[in-house]
Write a protein that binds this ligand. Structure first.
Ligand SMILES: *Cc1c(COP(=O)(O)O)cnc(C)c1O
Length: 337
């Protein structure tokens, strides 16, 4: 099966498994796991931030960040397609009692002006604007990305208005692959960053939360109350270290593969329109004669797994386990469908 459902479907490579097998471990709830400590320090050094925390998932790192940054009656400003709004079960309300303001944005990206125009005035009947969340790359918006020049005015608007700025960087390295911005430049622009190791980077599990020392100290407690305090987590952290050392540079191949598939979709008779492809995510609409369920069925018969985003909308994601040969096959199937 050629699995294009998500970049979360990757399996650890032999090199990664070997690193996991060899990991030195301890009890991380007591901060005694040397490999977790090494991963956390590595990420701190990469981003030039004060501290970081290894967590089971990106949903958890986002939710911890929201919990630490907000309190009930506070409001989060985000783009309407944001993972925190669409795919985290309203966790901002469940865990934090926070409100959310999901905004429709041209190109699916927040701007300083949009943020400025949506900061609530002081009034007894309005929530307090408190936190802005940027997603880079954007998942539902087709893997589009922000450059540091685009983020800077948003950062300044947040700073000038007493708002915190969190980055949902589940696929941050896919963005940096295209912008050539450095993790340190990103580190200067955010109060907190969530970074997935289990998407394009190919680790089986794990997400890093990065921020100031005081923020991470609070985050450790929130992680524990959410049940995310892990014991010999070094086996998993070793996969994260391996991913950061070995699997960042290859992300550009995934983008190249996505470009090839998009070109083939352009020649597929059932495709109505394709969203611009920026990184490793391809979103496209099918013609009325080809509902998504039927398209998925036809692809499945060819040994290709894809997922529907809406009745006539399909998303494909390229990743580590999709080789160029597989992409060639996918392209052939699409062109002769
Ligand atoms: C995948 C993803 C997350 C976190 O997902 P988990 O499955 O909980 O690790 C967060 N934000 C975005 C944009 C994502 O794509």
């Amino acid at each position: 099966m050629i699995n294009l459902i998500s970049d979360t479907v990757t399996r650890p490579t032999p090199g990664m498994l070997e690193a996991m097998f060899k990991a030195k471990v301890g009890d991380d709830v007591f901060k005694d796991d040397p490999t977790v400590n090494e991963l956390q320090k590595k990420v701190v050094d990469m981003f030039g931030m004060e501290d970081s925390l290894f967590c089971p998932s990106g949903t958890m790192t986002n939710q911890i960040a929201i919990k630490v940054h907000t309190q009930p009656l506070d409001e989060i400003i985000c783009e309407e397609n944001s993972h925190i709004f669409q795919y985290e079960l309203g966790g901002y309300g469940f865990h934090s009692g926070a409100a959310i303001l999901p905004l429709k944005c041209e190109n699916g990206k927040l701007t300083a002006e949009i943020v400025k125009n949506n900061i609530r005035p002081q009034a007894d009947w309005l929530p307090n604007s408190k936190l802005v969340v940027i997603e880079n790359t954007g998942n539902r918006t087709g893997g589009n990305y922000y450059t540091k020049e685009e983020i800077q005015p948003i950062y300044e608007t947040c700073r000038d208005n007493g708002l915190r700025l969190h980055l949902d960087g589940a696929r941050l390295f896919n963005a940096l692959t295209e912008t050539n911005d450095t993790p340190r430049e990103v580190g200067l622009q955010f109060d907190s960053i969530s970074l997935c190791l289990s998407k394009g980077l190919g680790a089986p599990i794990g997400s890093m939360l990065i921020g100031k020392a005081e923020f991470i100290q609070k985050a450790r407690k929130v992680r524990k109350v959410m049940g995310g305090g892990m014991r010999q987590a070094g086996y998993l952290a070793a996969a994260g270290i391996y991913a950061l050392d070995n699997q960042i540079a290859r992300l550009k191949e995934d983008h190249e593969k996505a470009g090839q598939i998009a070109a083939a979709l352009g020649k597929c008779v059932h495709v109505k329109s394709i969203k611009p492809v920026f990184t490793n995510i391809i979103i496209f609409d099918l013609k009325d004669s080809m509902p998504g369920v039927k398209f998925i069925e036809l692809m499945k018969k060819e040994g290709i797994a894809v997922v529907a985003f809406a009745p006539f909308t399909i998303r494909l994601v390229t990743h580590l386990d999709v080789t160029f040969e597989m992409v060639e096959k996918v392209c052939k199937v699409l062109e002769r469908m």
